[in-house]
Design a protein around this ligand. Sequence first.
Ligand SMILES: Nc1ncnc2c1ncn2[C@@H]1O[C@H](COP(=O)(O)OP(=O)(O)O)[C@@H](O)[C@H]1O
Ligand SMILES: [Mg+2]
Length: 270
Amino acid sequence: MAGQVYKLEGVGYSYGTYSALKNISFTVNAGESLAILGANGSGKSSLLKILDGLQFASVGRVEFFGERITEETLKHGLLRCFRERVGFVFPEPDVQLFCPTVFEEVAFGPLQLDIPAAEARKRVADLLEMLGISALKERAPHTLSSGEKKKVAIASVLAVNPDVLLLDEPTNGLDPRTQVWLFELLGSLKALKKTVIMATHDLSLVQDFADRAIVLDESHTAAADGSCAAILRDKDLLLRANIIHEHTHRHGDVIHIHSHGPFATHDEHE
Ligand SMILES: Nc1ncnc2c1ncn2[C@@H]1O[C@H](COP(=O)(O)OP(=O)(O)O)[C@@H](O)[C@H]1O
Ligand SMILES: [Mg+2]
């Protein structure tokens, strides 16, 4: 897959009188790994929902491979291919899981596709194996731990082999080992040249996996759009957008964040 995946022009969104996004314009090319950075309430989730066609721009236009995404175009025609090509991982996996078993959960998408059921089941078994969650396949999703639920939610999205993955706060609530699992998975998706757009305030995730970042500020506009390396070096920008706090500092190109917990030590010189 090549070309321009998304083009946004002057996109605004409001919930009644509450503004969530103002005058957002950018393009995303196939194979890019893009981070949407911003403080709580800056509009990251609203933006991802617009990119997934779950809600629609109040003003401006959104295109997917040159075709406009509106309620109408999704309903008539574009919908089927759009839904197969774009996968959304919600911040809370509970929102996403509704089947009686993990296997059925992950098989739900593939069984809707025009492929023989046996092939769909084989695809699901292979994916569960690849993601290291085969042992969970007979379990009821609601009985799983939050890390396990997250893995199943991600598996159910990957099962239809989308070209574009939208991930909202993917590392939130994950224990360290599940975070490593997620980091490895994102590395593989990048190697497969999938287009990945993730909303996060986890700077280590951004540093390791995104090529580019868009910073949303607290007035819901895009304060910056550029290479991750340049944005992560711009301490003033990150402070202004409330993504880092004053206890953050930098060694050369590396931003360090002091934690306030019991292990808040630091052995290097500023
Ligand atoms: N369902 C909603 N109704 C009213 N306001 C909302 C709703 N969802 C989000 N908002 C508001 O929209 C703004 C952006 O929210 P959101 O997109 O969730 O930001 P983020 O994901 O960056 O935390 C916030 O001011 C939030 O209060
Ligand atoms: Mg959010």
